[in-house]
Write a protein that binds this ligand. Structure first.
Ligand SMILES: [Zn+2]
Length: 107
């Protein structure tokens, strides 16, 4: 068998193994914001630097529409990890498709 094919097959195996290691994926980006609470007697009403936060939101797309959901601050690390997992998942799948295509092109 072609050396290159052997190499690509083992690369595919490795990518697939990586995919199976994680099963917690979230698509989107975390947004960090500071907000005014709306109370006129609060110091945040007068000065930017007293805005409340940070508050976190997950921004994502659903059926082409941008959406935001509130994220509890103690979930931020976990969600950030899931977002990274998703990126890795996507890039591994893309690479696997590329490898599969190259097999097909070789005939
Ligand atoms: Zn306030």
């Amino acid at each position: 068998m072609d050396k290159e094919i052997i190499k690509l097959r083992s690369e595919k195996k490795k990518l697939w193994k990586e995919l199976k290691r994680e099963d917690y994926f979230i698509q989107g980006t975390l947004v960090k914001t500071y907000l005014r609470c709306g109370k006129s007697n609060c110091r945040c009403a007068k000065d930017e630097k007293f805005k409340h936060g940070p508050k976190f939101y997950l921004s994502y797309k659903e059926k082409g529409k941008s959406k935001m959901v509130y994220v509890n601050a103690n979930k931020v690390d976990e969600i950030q990890k899931a977002i990274e997992n998703y990126k890795k998942f996507k890039s591994n799948v893309a690479r696997i498709c590329e490898i599969n295509r190259s097999f097909f092109q070789k005939g």
